[in-house]
Design a protein around this ligand. Structure first.
Ligand code: ARG
Length: 244
């Protein structure tokens, strides 16, 4: 009798704590595109989630270089624009009727991009049409930021497919260097601690600091592991190159 009650209590506690620790982008809460209209999903033509992105002009999407890269027999090739769609105004990607799906007219990938851990993980898509959604300006880092995405809520789950967000602390360059040997001070930033992080499928998506776009989700070792912050492309470093 006591054993059974205890088991019920444990189950209830697991449910309740699960909502705050294991659930999210990782560790976050549901979000709505109505609150952040500039956040977009990048999908294949058949609707599979590739990455996130952010509208920096009505027809320009900031994302990660690795999101537009395919590994093939001849090395790393750029995905062709015809294989990509940008979905805006759709909180739940399964809700096909919601928002706008735009074709991609052009892909610019940082010319120095070689592989994700080496940095320069930034790309800009030019859309075939201007989208009727608010855009976001680039900005600098601060003490913390909000990362948004449709990706996994834990290392081994399928992508959430409905938008989520989480606030992550931004670490100093020296802390990031200690935790991530590939870290490039000035060109990357790292963020997240204690169960709060981006995960697979969130790549290319926005890290927002004081309402401005400070970073793009780039890479991490697993997701939300205790001593492994997520690594982002530090956009302020690329302002000249990007022209934003
Ligand atoms: N590279 C991953 C992607 O393609 C996202 C990595 C972010 N991981 C992290 N733990 N912050 O979606």
């Amino acid at each position: 009798m006591r054993g059974k009650r205890f088991a019920v209590l444990v189950a209830v506690m697991a449910l309740v704590s699960g909502a705050t620790s294991a659930d999210a982008i990782v560790g976050g809460t549901p979000a709505r595109v109505a609150d952040t209209p500039w956040v977009v999903a990048i999908t294949t033509t058949d609707g599979q989630l590739i990455c996130g992105g952010a509208l920096v002009a009505p027809d320009k999407v900031m994302t990660a270089a690795h999101c537009v890269t395919l590994k093939g027999v001849f090395g790393k090739n750029q995905r062709s624009p015809e294989q990509l769609r940008v979905v805006a105004g759709r909180t739940d990607l399964r809700n096909k009727g919601e928002g706008v799906e735009a074709a991609v007219a052009g892909v610019w990938r940082h010319p120095e991009y070689a592989e994700v851990t080496k940095g320069d993980d930034v790309a800009v898509l030019t859309l075939a049409q201007a989208l009727p959604y608010r855009t976001i300006a680039l900005g600098e880092v601060g003490a913390d930021g909000v990362v948004l995405g449709w990706g996994r809520t834990a290392e081994n789950t399928p992508p959430a497919m409905s938008l989520r967000k989480v606030t992550v602390p931004i670490l100093s360059d020296s802390e990031c260097l200690l935790k991530e040997p590939d870290y490039r001070p000035g060109a990357m930033l790292c963020a997240g601690r204690g169960g709060r992080d981006a995960c697979t499928g969130d790549s290319g998506g926005p890290l927002v600091v004081r309402g401005r776009l400070a970073g793009v989700v780039s890479f991490g070792r697993g997701c939300a592991r205790p001593d492994e912050p997520g690594v982002y492309t530090r956009l302020a470093n690329y302002r000249q190159t990007l022209g934003f």
